[in-house]
Design a protein around this ligand. Structure first.
Ligand code: CMC
Length: 392
């Protein structure tokens, strides 16, 4: 039998597995801070790479530090030509999240002699490699899914502009980055950069706790993010909105089905383990949804449907009693769609956003002198000892 000290805590609702200095959340007050800085200030004033530096190194970079960081990342954007063959080995129907995690896992094979997690120089180098190559791999997963040729990164462009060109540029045709789209995407990526011990970050830390390298740990994090209860929710929201529109059942009827838990249907993009008041990221995304769609010259009835759904849910006792509010995934999909990303790329965008957080947590855990291999307890509920047939 188990020893007396084991506490049962499904979903780690009450158990802290680590100390962390990266991100602070107060779920009751709707507060989110990266290294002490409030998310609204960061989202308005910062850039993706500046936030990445902040999360990874703990302080905002000086202009020189940021310039050098950016430069190093630009120099590491190429992916090995052989690695590109992994994309042709996978079916064109493959979900880009599976393609992404496979390619990131494979990255580790190209740097096997430089992955020792105890070597600070390698840790630094692989941090840069991951930041530089993930967007390129992500864009190749996109191109693969639509049957277009891969472009080489254009290192004259900044991080987000380069990513947009890799996704939407076509060989032999010039591509002009739309600054509205670029800033809107950068803001969304920033809002996703970290979120303390969520499922994918905890996965990265757990895998890292075994001594696994950054590529393997982050590949595992991508797989954890893929699920519809986590990052996959942004894709699921858009599919849900599309189904409501196409079925003609109406928003009210759909909400009734959610409340009755018919076929386990949920209101995707609603609810959060930590936020029980509102998700400050959702508020910021909602504020920019109208603005971005208008600036991009897109009008989408799904945005109106999402607003109607939110309004009905927020005034319904079922959702009020359970303290369910829109989370970050509720409005992001409508914006990504307006930018031209296919629905199956939405969670990939989340992964690019979350990468700096994963790297920061992997490093924090690997440098923590108190850290141990992650190894949860269980309460055994199976059969007692019994004899194998024929043995007495
Ligand atoms: N629609 C309908 N009912 C819900 C929902 C929802 N989206 N979320 C929670 N509930 C109900 C749940 O059925 C339960 O009801 P009851 O007490 O009658 O059994 C109650 O609310 C408490 O829910 P829970 O499942 O115990 O809450 P949790 O903290 O374990 O789950 C969650 C959090 C995010 C997984 C859940 O709210 C959910 O499944 N939401 C939809 C998926 C989603 O949008 N995920 C994105 C999360 S934010 C971005 C990210 O970090 O990835």
């Amino acid at each position: 039998r188990q020893t007396g000290y084991t506490a049962l805590d499904y979903g780690f609702v009450n158990t802290a597995a680590t100390r962390s200095a990266v991100t602070y959340i107060d779920g009751d007050q709707g507060v989110l801070r990266y290294r002490g800085y409030p998310i609204d200030q960061i989202a308005t004033n910062s850039t993706y790479l500046e936030v990445a530096w902040l999360l990874i190194y703990g302080e905002l970079p000086t202009a020189d530090q940021l310039g050098e960081f950016d430069e190093r990342i630009r120099r590491h954007t190429l992916v090995h030509e052989d690695l590109k063959r992994i994309f042709s080995a996978l079916p064109h129907t493959a979900h880009p999240m599976s393609v992404l995690s496979s390619a990131v896992s494979a990255l580790s094979t190209y740097y096997e002699s430089e992955t020792d997690p105890n070597n600070p120089e390698f840790v630094e180098l692989n941090t840069i490699r991951m930041l530089a190559k993930l967007p390129v791999i992500a864009a190749y997963a996109h191109k693969k899914s639509i049957g277009q040729a891969f472009l080489y990164p254009d290192n004259n462009l900044g991080f987000v502009d380069n990513f947009l060109k890799l996704n939407f540029g076509v060989m032999s045709e010039p591509y002009e980055v739309d600054p509205v789209m670029s800033r809107a995407l950068e803001r969304l990526l920033i809002l996703h950069e970290d979120h303390e011990q969520n499922a994918s970050t905890s996965t990265v830390r757990l895998v890292g706790s075994t001594g696994a390298n950054q590529f393997s740990s982050i590949s595992a994090g991508i797989n954890a993010l893929y699920g519809p209860l986590h990052g996959g929710a942004n894709e699921a929201v858009l599919e849900m909105l599309g189904r409501i529109r196409d079925s003609g059942e109406g928003v009210q009827r759909f909400v009734e089905r959610v409340k009755n838990k018919e076929d386990g249907v949920k209101l995707m993009g609603f609810g959060h383990r930590v936020y029980k008041n509102y998700d400050p990221r959702a508020k910021l995304v909602k504020e920019s949804a109208d603005e971005v769609l208008q600036a991009l010259g897109v009008s989408d009835p799904l945005l109106d449907l999402a607003k109607e759904l939110e309004e009905i849910a927020l005034n319904d006792d079922y959702f009020r009693e359970r303290r369910l509010y829109p989370n970050v995934d509720f409005y992001t999909g409508v914006i990504y769609k307006a930018m031209g990303f296919p629905t199956r790329m939405f969670t990939v965008l989340f992964a690019i956003g979350r990468l700096p957080g994963w790297l920061a947590h992997w490093r924090e855990a690997s440098q923590d002198p108190q850290a141990k291999i992650g190894r949860p307890q269980q309460l055994y509920v199976g059969a007692g000892e019994r004899n194998y047939p024929g043995v007495s």
